[in-house]
Write a protein that binds this ligand. Structure first.
Ligand code: FAD
Length: 435
């Protein structure tokens, strides 16, 4: 019998359980009008990924059927057209994804949930002391490492698809907003993975170094499933070095936040620790300076400008800019979360929300009151100021680490810079400004 493979966050042919099995299959992607709400960066990446997937499926003797409309209504309509009763879809944790499955079942379709969005399916690992999910990362990571991972799905050599189904058109490529954004697609993802793996031995030492830029930059490919997280984890584990271990730990954070979100679906709007969620400020002017990269604190501004130019920001800069918003300016973490979500190509609910809550101290940080001095961070992770000068051209003539504190430059030099003085703090942590 024929079944529908409903693609969502798994836009790939390698290690895609949707494509395993010998029976006839119809690969389907539904362009939900809600996708128009995605940021321009993410829409463009999605478009490139769909074009690439369609090309690969055609080479395997099939196609990607593209329909527009409500995913449930369109899947159900196609099922009637081709007389299919089974739909396979990747398991996902958001409210939206879970409702989609319920609605497909209401249409009397048999829905099979496939793994593949994370290395370990959310909920598969249970804390020893009881409870549905882990709330603390380290014990989660220990059991994640020891757990048996599923087998990789073989890559199909040919896909049997019934004839006579109109494939549907992929609309025009939308314009992106970030001039230096990376291109989407599985082909590109695999090329980048191959190029990056030899550098993994340096990851432990360099992943926090802002200027070295030696992280994998694979997050957007994981976000859209152009790359299987399991395949990535296995390739990294095989590298067996301290760098590889450090990398696996980061990848496990991703799985961790997915299982947190499965247990706490309101993670993007509600604090996980409500008692820590009061007392935020709402100051449009300060928020705008932060968004535009004009806070007057160079490392913060560099990060915020990288976000807009590339649709991506280095993890260390995400930590610094998020801590600056919440702990220095005292603004509500949800304001920052929304802005990141608008620009990040890798932006997704579990990772964006989990990390924002961690930084704001409303989430699962075991040290929620930790201080984060942006100048000390800058001196440590951008010791020569290379990262700052790369993204803040107004400061390109200031040499070395002096670039991190323009307010300490001799008065005539400072006056010659077209760069603002630092925004005032609303939390007492900011003694660093008076240093
Ligand atoms: P690498 O250093 O190469 O890491 C490899 C992979 O591990 C990443 O691709 C990612 O999938 C995972 N990973 C690494 N660090 C984390 C982490 N802290 N939490 C969860 N997964 C991690 N990541 C997103 O994928 N989407 C988001 O929306 C997102 N929002 C964030 C918001 C804030 C405030 C912060 C502090 C972090 C956020 N992160 C998010 C996590 C992290 O910054 C990015 O995953 C990472 O920078 C992506 O670059 P990379 O692929 O080069 O990472």
């Amino acid at each position: 019998s024929v079944r529908i493979a409903l693609f969502t966050r798994d836009l790939r042919i390698h290690d895609n359980p949707l494509l395993s099995g010998a029976d006839e299959v119809v690969p389907l992607f539904v362009l939900d009008p809600r996708l128009a709400g995605l940021s321009a960066n993410r829409q463009r990446f999605l478009h490139q990924s769909l074009a690439d997937l369609r090309g690969s499926l055609r080479e395997l003797g099939a196609d990607l059927v593209i329909r527009s409309g409500d995913p449930v209504a369109e899947t159900s309509r196609l099922a009637r057209e081709i007389d299919a009763t089974t739909v396979m879809v990747a398991g996902d944790v958001t409210d939206y994804a879970q409702r989609r499955v319920r609605r497909l079942r209401d249409e009397r379709l048999h829905v099979e949930i496939a793994p593949g969005v994370t290395v370990m399916p959310p909920g598969a690992l249970k804390p020893a002391g009881g409870g549905a999910s882990y709330r603390v990362f380290t014990p989660y990571f220990k059991s994640w490492e020891r757990a048996e991972w599923r087998q990789v799905s073989g890559t199909p050599r040919k896909i049997a698809m019934p004839e006579g189904i109109a494939p549907g058109r992929l609309p025009e490529m939308p314009a992106g907003e970030s001039p230096d954004a990376i291109p989407g697609g599985e082909t590109e993802a695999r090329r980048r993975l191959r190029a990056w793996l030899p550098k993994i031995s340096r990851y432990e030492d360099e992943h926090d170094d802002l200027a070295a830029d030696n992280t994998s930059r694979l997050s957007a490919y994981l976000r859209f499933g152009c790359l299987s997280p399991l395949e990535l984890a296995l390739a990294v584990r095989a590298a067996d070095s301290p760098g590889a271990h450090a990398y696996l730990r980061q990848l496990a954070w991703r799985d961790f936040y997915y299982q947190v979100t499965a247990a706490f679906p309101k993670i993007s709007t509600r604090a996980m620790r409500p008692s820590a969620d009061g007392d935020w400020r709402y100051d449009d002017d300060a928020l705008e300076h932060w968004r535009d990269g004009l806070t007057g604190v160079p490392v913060v501004d560099a990060g915020m400008r990288q976000l807009r130019a590339e649709g991506w920001m280095h993890n260390r800069a995400r930590l610094i800019t998020a801590a600056f918003l919440t702990k220095h300016l005292g603004l509500d973490w949800r304001l920052g979360l929304d802005w990141f979500f608008r620009w990040l190509i890798d932006g997704d609910v579990p990772n964006n929300s989990g990390n924002w809550q961690w930084t704001a101290g409303t989430g699962n940080d075991t040290r929620p009151y930790r201080r984060f001095n942006p100048i000390r961070q800058a001196q440590r992770f951008d010791p020569d100021g290379v990262y700052v000068r790369r993204y803040v051209p107004e400061l390109k003539d200031v040499d070395g680490a002096a670039v991190h504190q323009p307010w300490r430059l001799p008065e005539p030099v400072r006056r010659g810079l077209d760069y603002p003085g630092p925004l005032e703090s609303h939390r007492d942590e900011a003694v660093w400004l008076r240093d």
